[in-house]
Ligand binder design. Structure first.
Ligand SMILES: [Fe+2]
Length: 228
């Protein structure tokens, strides 16, 4: 990063900081450029998805938290694990913030994402049969999520890997979902995630998305989950 980029980054962080806005949660810049995931995900989709959809979840989350003093100071993870007590606004918008932050961090430039670590690959093979069978299960569950939601790879409470789906902006950390676990990977199957480029072809989006999955990040999450 050159000096100008460093200064611009510092200014951007200052503008979105909680102190600048008087808010608890703020929008982090993407860890790559808006056009970095093309041609798998186009620049316009990324700009609208991050700058408008994610920003809207954040704005509404901050409004909801501000209106509920008992929630002040809680981390986004703490909110997720007791979402049954926070109300619908925090469930929808806090989920939207956590899910999208996790999603941005799960991706990298096409073909730069490496491969699952040996430990993660062994667990995938143990629980799905092979990496290809895992991907097929992920696609099937993603296609089967009727309406808006997310498809996940999680570590269950008994240490197994499992593919699950959640509705709307729910996620596997929430104490309201039927299958809880530690998320390793999640894909957004709301139409806003893919419609400009793929229209109604969710399956094509799910197939292409593997090209931008950052397996280094996913493998680190698996290693961290093993320590818990
Ligand atoms: Fe989204």
């Amino acid at each position: 990063m050159n000096a100008l980029n460093r200064i611009l980054t510092i200014l951007a962080l200052a503008l979105v900081s909680p102190w600048a806005q008087g808010q608890s949660f703020s929008l982090a810049p993407l860890p790559y450029a808006y056009d970095a995931l093309a041609p798998v995900i186009d620049e316009q989709t990324m700009r609208i998805h991050h700058g408008r959809h994610h920003q809207a979840y954040l704005d509404n989350l901050n409004k909801a938290v501000t209106a509920t003093p008992a929630l002040a100071g809680l981390s986004i993870e703490a909110l997720m694990t007791q979402i049954s007590k926070t109300g619908e606004a925090v469930r929808n918008n806090g989920g939207g913030h956590w899910n999208h932050t996790f999603f941005w961090q799960s991706m990298t430039r096409p073909s730069q994402g490496g491969s699952p670590s040996p430990d993660l690959l062994a667990a995938i093979t143990r629980d799905f049969g092979s990496l290809d069978q895992f991907k097929a299960a992920f696609k099937s569950i993603g296609l089967g999520r009727f309406g808006s939601g997310w498809v996940w790879l999680i570590v269950t409470t008994d240490g197994k890997l499992k593919v699950t789906a959640t509705a709307n902006q729910d996620n596997p950390l929430m104490d309201v979902v039927s299958e809880r676990g530690q998320p390793l990977l999640g894909n957004d199957v709301w139409e806003h995630a893919y419609y400009l480029q793929y229209q109604n072809r969710r399956g094509d989006y799910l197939d292409a998305w593997w090209q931008v999955v950052d397996w280094t990040v996913v493998s680190t999450r698996y290693a961290d989950a093993q320590k818990k």
